[in-house]
Design a protein around this ligand. Structure first.
Ligand SMILES: Nc1ncnc2c1ncn2[C@@H]1O[C@H](COP(=O)(O)OP(=O)(O)O)[C@@H](O)[C@H]1O
Ligand SMILES: CC(=O)N[C@@H](CCC(=O)OP(=O)(O)O)C(=O)O
Length: 298
């Protein structure tokens, strides 16, 4: 037999990778994977194209992806253009009536359709929804309790929503079909209000309502960093609580890790926080032995 050239060796390595995916394809066959795509992870058109391709590949392999997206940086840009000031408290945007109007336009309009189109361009059949559709996510006002100068105070975040009732039938109706749901984190109030829901919180509530096998939170860091700055590949619920209490987990990582704990309490098997900017992050995590990011289990 002829000696393999460098070129053939590449193809053999590709074939080996595909072959090694078999046990993972079997493990996730028919399962539901909720993927939260954060605004920072959306990055370039190329990153979006790769993400969309991975999602279509998952669907082709009989996995049911449910995409929930954010879009914080894009909301910031639009608020700036409209000269509306914005402030975050513990990773949540304080949202008055004018702000929530812009948030809904940017999330449920522009970004949602951008992701839908990107998936469809790769041969998928994406459907854009928000938490208002079919009453998917009913919310009440989120009351945040924070510590200020050593005292516990109640902070009014305006129209920031806390999911209180989930109606996931609409998402279940897509299981096993060709359709890939893409959900904007906008909640419906019981009295006609529109609520701005943190994307991670929405993804966690949806994952719990669907009893998803995995919740993947795609962000702009390699995972949850410990006190020495290195990424922790696995974390227990107790470790998350301790790192939050000591301030090592801060800012936008707070809703993510809190979401992970709530989702696990709600019946999700495991949550992974990983770098969505890394090429094919989702495929690496699900279908290879390599894994990626920080895995949180109960
Ligand atoms: N312990 C930690 N480990 C990793 N990131 C952390 C930690 N504490 C705070 N962060 C911050 O959380 C950010 C991720 O949250 P966020 O910016 O809201 O992301 P996204 O837009 O993807 O939802 C990181 O970029 C990082 O600055
Ligand atoms: C209440 C709240 O903070 N809502 C978020 C919703 C978007 C989001 O979560 O975007 P990322 O995932 O990109 O951070 C916001 O207004 O920015």
């Amino acid at each position: 037999m002829n000696k393999p050239t460098a070129h053939t060796r590449d193809w053999i390595a590709t074939a080996r990778t595909l072959s090694e995916a078999l046990p993972y394809l079997q493990r996730y066959d028919g399962s539901t994977i909720v993927i939260k795509l954060g605004g920072h992870a959306m990055g370039s058109d190329e990153a979006m194209e790769q993400f969309a391709r991975d999602v279509v590949l998952m669907k082709q392999c009989n996995v049911n992806p449910v995409i929930v997206h954010g879009g914080g940086p894009m909301i910031n840009d639009m608020l700036k253009r409209l000269d509306i000031q914005s402030e975050f408290i513990d990773g949540k945007r304080v949202s008055d009536a004018a702000t929530v109007e812009v948030v809904e336009m940017v999330l449920a309009g522009k970004i949602n359709k951008h992701i839908v189109q990107a998936i469809n361009a790769q041969g998928g059949k994406a459907i854009g929804l928000s938490g208002k559709d079919a009453n998917l996510m009913i919310c009440e006002k989120d009351i945040t309790i924070a510590e200020r100068d050593g005292e516990r105070v109640t902070i009014d975040l305006g129209f920031v929503g806390r999911p209180v009732e989930m109606n996931p039938e609409i998402l279940r109706s897509f299981l096993g079909s060709d359709f890939i749901p893409v959900v904007a984190p906008i909640g419906a109030g019981r009295h006609g209000e529109t609520f701005n829901v943190n994307g991670d919180t929405a993804a966690g509530a949806i994952a719990a309502a669907m009893k998803a096998d995995r919740l993947l939170l795609l962000t702009d860091v390699a995972g949850v960093k410990g006190s020495d700055g290195t990424v922790l590949t696995t974390l227990s619920a107790d470790q998350v609580r301790e790192l939050t209490a000591t301030g090592v987990i801060a800012g936008g990582m707070i809703p993510k890790t809190q979401t992970a704990l709530d989702a696990i309490d709600g019946g999700v098997r495991a949550v992974v926080i990983l770098d969505g900017r890394a090429p094919h992050a989702v495929l690496l995590e699900l279908f290879t032995a390599h894994g990626a990011g920080s895995l949180i289990r109960g």
